[in-house]
Design a protein around this ligand. Structure first.
Ligand code: HAM
Length: 414
């Protein structure tokens, strides 16, 4: 029986790989400009980390985790997201004693057992940033600037919406939740089963419900953004005013609460109309470090879903098609050996070179050179070998000329 890849996973190669590499190069350059440090943490962690970190009542923890017992009977989970893992690493490695704020980035695979659809996979990649040690709105703003800059830079300017909200701090949220519960209570029996559960365990998430009857009931519900304390209101306004000054387009969406439990304060999502899905999201999480056993440390961060970004960059595939500078067309062993030194020098000087590895005929090699989009072909036949010459063929216009077979002459002519 044929062995196939698992549902929700992908093989990435050729044209699509060029798009991934283009994105990854942009991530590296961008993160370098912001002096962010790359962090790599294990793919699997103790299940407890996500129960405590992401939250018992979230869909991710309840329905989507890849959890198993290892041979030592430990409960292990493939990371469904990376914020909790980075926080664990921050605490475990005593990073609070290093510089503050400390800023990290990652580009890594994560795993969620989700229902498959275009742009929704069970193994997917996120480019994420986590900044530890700043209470200031400037850290929130920096994370938004980096994430929007990332999307603009890779060519998605104008093709996404940044929606922003604040879900307040512990103080204002407690008050607000009482208000929200009083509003919902008379209609609770008409709401969906999920909302009934959320009402007790995580009332804020009721606002995120997509069921029409629930949405109708929630139409006039009080919103957290209108019930913030002065500190939260100030931070939110400062971020909004800065976005205006920076000409970063945004929309205030009072219903954004995010699907993970660790957030407080400013939260945001990037969505693509084309895909009808979120391409990124993030926010502040000032209590997570403490909840996972570290010293109280404010933090902000975001994660961008790269598989979705790749779908939006479909047009790039053609533009990023790789080409070869020179294909060496040689059909005899003497020419093959003679060419190796020149080929090595050309490669060391940044030229992309290909040669025959499978004893193809002259015609088949020419066809191959055309397929791999070689700009030039160098033909080294028996006569040319004798005279230390070669034929240089321009593949774009088909013109040919004889030149000396050495590094300098080749470089001068290509
Ligand atoms: P999240 O909103 O769960 O946040 O995921 C961030 C992004 O990952 C989503 O907006 C989406 O683009 C992508 N994503 C999520 N699930 C899938 C999937 N099944 N298939 C493809 N793409 C997916 C977090 O994970 C937070 N840790 C972000 C964060 C970092 N907040 C603070 N720091």
């Amino acid at each position: 029986m044929k062995i196939t890849r698992q549902k929700g996973t992908k093989d990435i190669f050729l044209d699509e790989m060029n798009v991934w590499q283009y994105i990854e190069e942009n991530i590296r350059n961008l993160c370098d400009e912001y002096n962010l440090n790359e962090i790599r943490t294990p793919v699997f962690e103790s299940t407890e980390l996500f129960l405590r970190g992401v939250g018992n009542e979230t869909d991710i923890v309840n329905k989507e985790m890849y959890t198993f017992l290892d041979k030592g009977n430990r409960s292990i989970t493939l990371r469904p997201e990376l914020t909790a893992g980075v926080v664990r690493a921050y605490i475990e490695n005593g990073m609070s004693s290093l510089i503050s704020p400390i800023k990290f980035w990652y580009n890594a695979n994560m795993y969620r057992y989700e229902k498959m659809q275009k742009g929704r996979y069970r193994e997917f990649s996120q480019f994420g940033v986590e900044i530890f040690g700043s209470k200031s709105y400037k850290a929130d703003l920096e994370a938004i600037i980096i994430s929007s800059n990332f999307l603009d830079r890779i060519g998605l300017k104008g093709e996404y919406t940044l929606s922003i909200n604040s879900i307040g701090c512990k103080k204002c949220r407690e008050k607000y939740i009482n208000k929200l519960k009083s509003y919902i209570k008379p209609n609770l029996s008409s709401m969906c089963d999920d909302c009934k559960k959320r009402y007790d365990k995580n009332p804020l998430r009721v606002l995120d419900c997509k069921v029409e009857t629930c949405q109708e009931i929630l139409k006039d519900a009080p919103m957290i953004l209108d019930n913030l304390c002065d500190d939260c209101k100030n931070s939110f306004n400062k971020v909004i005013n800065s976005l205006e000054k920076l000409n970063i387009n945004y929309k205030i969406d009072k219903k954004i609460v995010r699907g993970l439990d660790y957030y407080n304060g400013i939260v945001y999502e990037y969505t693509s109309d084309d895909l009808g899905l979120a391409i990124g999201g993030g926010g502040r999480y000032d209590t997570l470090v403490e909840n996972l056993g570290g010293a109280s440390t404010p933090a902000v961060g975001f994660g961008m879903g790269l598989n979705r970004v790749v779908l939006l960059l479909e047009d790039m595939k053609e533009k990023l098609k790789s080409y070869v500078d020179v294909y060496f067309l040689i059909t005899n062993d003497e020419g093959y050996i003679k060419s190796l030194d020149v080929i090595k020098m050309l490669r060391e000087n940044g030229y992309k070179i290909e040669q025959d590895l499978s004893e193809k005929s002259f015609r088949a090699q020419l066809k191959y050179a055309d397929k791999i989009k070689a700009r030039y072909v160098i033909i080294l036949g028996e006569d040319e070998i004798k005279n230390n010459k070669c034929i240089l063929r321009n593949m774009e216009n088909g013109s040919q000329k004889e030149i000396c077979f050495n590094f300098d002459e080749i470089v001068d002519n290509i």
